[in-house]
Write a protein that binds this ligand. Structure first.
Ligand code: 5RP
Ligand code: CO
Length: 218
């Protein structure tokens, strides 16, 4: 399959959001990545359900929601109601991950599991067939604009191997520090979905930047 690009709204200009939403609608972006932070799981607070609700219908892209919150199970139904299409929970925040992923699917969303940089891919061995997507963090979650952690290439390769071994359909997504330098190696290693925040929204021509990320060959 051709790889997908998911710009992260965290890096948008919230004082002039309409301009960025119009840009996204005209762009080749595949999904809109939405970073939900609670100040507990990560040391930062971003935005939440009312923002998603108000964006639904304004952006013609599936909502790819990255929950960086403790006890995400409490909010699964709320995020469905707010318009989430893909719901990603952190492995580190879910003591009953199997149940959590099942609940997300039962609610009619695609279920993603996210790994922090220190969490090994091998821990997914018994759960990979229950996930529609695995998101590998290539920075420590909580902030945009951080430097890419080089070990991520290796983790993508390991995850690809695990997915093939277990005959899983899960997509491989990478989030953090994705740009024109890191994206080619990630695609070569097996990534299916690239999240890009600062690289897209800080560029002088975001539509062209998204188009260039789409055109990369692995
Ligand atoms: O989940 C995230 C941070 O926790 C963001 O999606 C990620 O950091 C994207 O930002 P950038 O591309 O600027 O690194
Ligand atoms: Co994210």
């Amino acid at each position: 399959m051709n790889h997908l690009i998911a710009p992260s709204l965290l890096a948008a200009n919230f004082a002039d959001l309409k301009t960025d939403l119009d840009m996204l609608n005209r762009s080749e972006a595949d999904w809109l990545h939405l970073d939900i932070m609670d100040g507990m799981f990560v040391p930062n607070i971003s935005f939440g359900l009312p923002v998603l609700q108000s964006l639904k219908g304004k952006v013609n892209k599936p909502f790819d929601v990255h929950l960086m919150i403790v006890q995400p199970d409490r909010y699964i139904a709320d995020f469905k109601a707010a318009g989430a299409d893909w719901l990603n929970v952190h492995y580190e925040a879910c003591p009953h991950l199997h149940r959590t992923l099942q609940t997300i699917r039962q609610q009619g969303m695609k279920a993603g599991v996210t790994l922090n940089p220190h969490t090994p891919v091998s821990l997914l061995e018994e759960i990979i067939t229950e996930a529609d997507l695995v998101l590998l963090m290539s920075v420590n979650p909580g902030f945009g604009g951080q430097s890419f952690i080089e070990n991520t290439y290796h983790k993508v390769e390991q995850l690809k191997e695990l997915i093939l071994k277990k005959n899983s359909q899960a997509l491989i997504q990478v989030d953090g520090g994705v740009d024109n330098h890191t994206a080619p190696g990630l695609l070569k290693a097996g990534a299916d979905v690239l999240v890009a925040g600062s690289y897209v929204f800080r560029s002088t021509d975001p539509i062209e930047t998204i188009a260039q990320l789409k055109q990369l060959k692995c």
